[in-house]
Ligand binder design. Sequence first.
Ligand SMILES: NC(=O)c1ccc[n+]([C@@H]2O[C@H](COP(=O)([O-])OP(=O)(O)OC[C@H]3O[C@@H](n4cnc5c(N)ncnc54)[C@H](O)[C@@H]3O)[C@@H](O)[C@H]2O)c1
Length: 323
Amino acid sequence: MIFLITGTAGFIGFHISKKLLERGDTVIGIDNLNDYYSVDLKKARCQILQEYKNFIFYQFDISNQEMVSSLFKRYPKINYIFHLAAQAGVRYSLTNPFAYIQTNVMGQLVLLEQARQLQHLERIFYASSSSVYGLNKKIPFNEYDRVDKPSSVYAVSKRSAELLSFTYHHLYGLKQIGLRFFTVYGSWGRPDMAYYLFAKAITENKPITLYAGQNLSRDFTYIDDVVDALLSLLECSSLENYEIFNIGNSCQEKVEHLVACLEENLGKKAIINYTSRPDTDIEETLSDVSAIYKVTGWIPKTKLSDGVCQFVHWFLQFQKNKD
Ligand SMILES: NC(=O)c1ccc[n+]([C@@H]2O[C@H](COP(=O)([O-])OP(=O)(O)OC[C@H]3O[C@@H](n4cnc5c(N)ncnc54)[C@H](O)[C@@H]3O)[C@@H](O)[C@H]2O)c1
């Protein structure tokens, strides 16, 4: 099979690309290697993928219509697209809102508009986010819940991308699956996310910042479970032409528990400062994953303590190799 994977130098894109390459599939990867976080980390992920002879990499911006169009002319036999490139991060959208609309909305539109010309395309799987549930109070979040109270431009961009995808399914019959990921973590993870920032600060004896007096909790989802979910969807023969699924761990964890798991695995105590929670960050997330389970039989398997143990193992090794 021929896969196009956008955001292939990113955290999730890297892991799914690697899995498909190991299976012997052809992966065409696109990433603009922007400097939102460490370019060296993105290049290091890419370097691993480039060890596979069935990997082809292009560095360009997915909102560049001409580049996407010429890529599709060069590779008209693409079977599946995993669209994972995005301007990620919730807090950064306070200071850089335009980047989110350009990449996450314009990028989605460019991809859809060009993809409808592909004759061999079976389906597009595209990344959305638990952020679309916004200021909803009902927990756990279910795919049928309302998604009209976003708390950040990031959430707006992800919901807008879902709506564009639905319309391209309606107008042109493009088969698609939207993936609402819940706080994905693990090896080769993102340095802008709390678990990574905390691990780095704890090892460097620097303070970490938690939100005072708040019940901040997240549904932390381990990367291997995410990859399994994607493969189970890929192999599923009973998918509707257009669906959206939550991909989460279905387990709510206090951020303090994340810190305790990191402390235990790093063998060091965190120095904790408290501040107030920014309006962009919702208080709690929890996924209802019964929809994907019903269709594919997938369930998440990794407890936070086990996932953090694996992450820390990678993190320490990676930091050591960097020095
Ligand atoms: N990791 C999570 O916890 C999480 C949670 C919810 C949703 N998501 C979504 O899942 C997807 C993958 O997330 P991730 O954690 O791997 O993020 P990531 O930032 O590690 O990966 C995204 C990649 O896209 C690339 N990119 C950004 N803008 C681009 C552009 N205009 N053109 C080409 N490439 C571009 C970046 O360089 C990066 O390598 C994203 O759509 C993200 O919004 C992730």
